[in-house]
Design a binder for this molecule. Structure first.
Ligand SMILES: [Mg+2]
Length: 116
């Protein structure tokens, strides 16, 4: 391989690497957008953070959501034709992540309040 062929190959590799990175970023932005929308929906339903409960209740809420995600996974694995498991899987996974985000937000805010 000549020097110019080597440079052309390195450039092609760099372009492909950039394409893959942009694809991954777009995919993650889509997921983060869904989490953000779910967080807003939670605040509309339950009120803004901080909520008047501790991490023990947050964990119970998270486990409830994990249970719903488990149900969606079981529907998916049993090829349940009646259930809308494709939509349920993503919805429940996003709800789990949104609860975790809310937990971290509340944790941080309470830590900041404790400092002041
Ligand atoms: Mg749920």
């Amino acid at each position: 391989m000549s020097e110019s062929e080597g440079k052309a190959e390195a450039l092609a590799d760099a372009i492909e690497h950039g394409r893959q990175a942009r694809r991954r970023l777009a995919e993650m932005r889509g997921i983060f957008k869904r989490i953000e929308t779910e967080r807003a929906s939670q605040d509309e339903k339950w009120g803004p953070l901080p909520r008047a409960h501790g991490m023990d209740k947050w964990l119970a809420i998270l486990m409830e959501e994990v249970g719903e995600l488990s149900q969606a996974v079981l529907q998916m694995e049993s090829h349940d034709k009646a259930g809308d498991w494709v939509a349920n899987f993503e919805k429940e996974a996003v709800q789990c992540m949104a609860v975790l985000v809310a937990m971290v937000q509340q944790f941080r805010r309470q830590r900041e309040e404790a400092k002041s």
